[in-house]
Design a protein around this ligand. Structure first.
Ligand code: ASP
Length: 337
């Protein structure tokens, strides 16, 4: 009989179609990265500088996206993109990090996996070449979430993470920024509170991804704020403030005036709005940046992605270095409003 045969053929075809549809769905990937927010205007960048920023952002976002397309874990994509930005003198992370008031570099980084709800961070490290790798190491090879200072460095050395002299993060451009900040601090000497680090920002880097297995991952790395006090830790290594990821909500990496981002628990608040209020990623991220932070002087922005690969990149400053490749493979690179 013909009928059963064609029926089973149809069934096979149906299963095949369903399977390929499911795997196509599972393979939807997307990525967004940032290189810091602040008073970045067209007037402040030469055409050549703008070109350099654009090409490094493009290289970093494409490197992460390529890994995601190959089906590699989101953690690999996040660390790869961030490492490229840390190794570039253009951004305030790794080589090119800002100076503390005392003329040194103290770096912070964190990473979070939204499927495992696992996280790792390092703070106040001074010799780790790529702090994002150390943050991942803390997550994967220790029972802790954050290691700081000398403890983080000895843990990194134990696992053969490359270490360098603190001076290898030096750049003339950031040194000049420190001198200007110091002059301003001197002028404001009689202010009733310690104004160091205020208004001196930004350039932190971060990445958020949706990987082929449906995991959301976020990571952030920074040198902090110019002329910050020795020992000051910002939001970037703090899970829930500068970095957060949860598969049932979103992944967020922040940049901006860290003290505000810590007090307002920015990254976790955005994901909570997605999870409990059913807000879109656009509305959730936009409302925190524009309605919560802006009125109180919390300058900065975030990149955020949800479980469907929708991306939001709001900021309340003049600009934010940013790039993304969405779930349709569309590349966006932008700097200004
Ligand atoms: N959020 C960073 C910090 O406060 C600075 C920045 O993003 O530019 O350390």
């Amino acid at each position: 009989m013909n009928l059963p045969k064609s029926n089973s053929l149809r069934a096979v075809l149906f299963i095949f179609t369903m399977l390929s549809a499911t795997s196509a769905m599972a393979q939807q990937v997307a990525i967004a990265i940032h290189g810091g927010a602040g008073t970045i205007t067209r007037a402040k960048l030469t055409e050549a500088q703008e070109q350099q920023y654009r090409s490094t952002l493009t290289k970093a976002v494409q490197a992460g996206y390529t890994l995601l397309k190959e089906g590699k874990p989101g953690l690999d994509a996040v660390t790869e993109s961030i490492r490229i930005l840390e190794n570039s003198p253009l951004f305030n992370a790794g080589y090119g990090a800002v100076y503390t008031y005392d003329g040194r570099h103290e770096l912070d980084a964190s990473i979070m996996h939204g499927g495992k709800m696992n996280a790792g961070a390092v703070s106040g490290v001074t010799t780790i070449k790529n702090p994002i790798d150390a943050a991942r190491l803390v997550m994967e090879k220790s029972v802790h979430v954050m290691l700081s200072g000398e403890g983080a460095e000895s843990f990194a050395r134990l696992h053969s993470i490359p270490v360098v002299e603190n001076s290898s993060f030096d750049t003339p451009f950031r040194y000049e920024a420190l001198q200007q900040a110091k002059q301003r601090i001197e002028r404001d000497r009689n202010a009733s509170i310690d104004l160091r680090a205020v208004d001196e920002k930004f350039g932190t880097v971060g990445a958020v991804v949706l990987d082929a297995e449906g995991n959301l991952v976020a990571g952030t790395s920074t040198g902090g704020m110019t002329a910050k006090r020795y020992g000051r830790i910002g939001d970037s290594p703090i899970i829930g403030a500068g970095t957060y990821a949860a598969n049932d909500a979103c992944a967020v990496s922040a940049t901006g005036h860290g003290e505000f981002f810590i007090r307002y628990h920015v990254a976790a608040d955005i994901c909570a709005r997605v999870k409990y209020s059913n807000m879109t990623i656009n509305d959730a991220a936009g409302s925190v940046i524009h309605e919560v932070l802006k009125p109180i002087g919390g300058d900065g922005g975030v990149i955020a992605i949800d479980s469907k690969g929708n991306i939001a990149m709001p900021f309340n400053t003049e600009g934010m270095y940013r790039a993304s490749v969405d779930s349709n493979g569309k590349l966006t690179v932008a700097i200004y409003k």
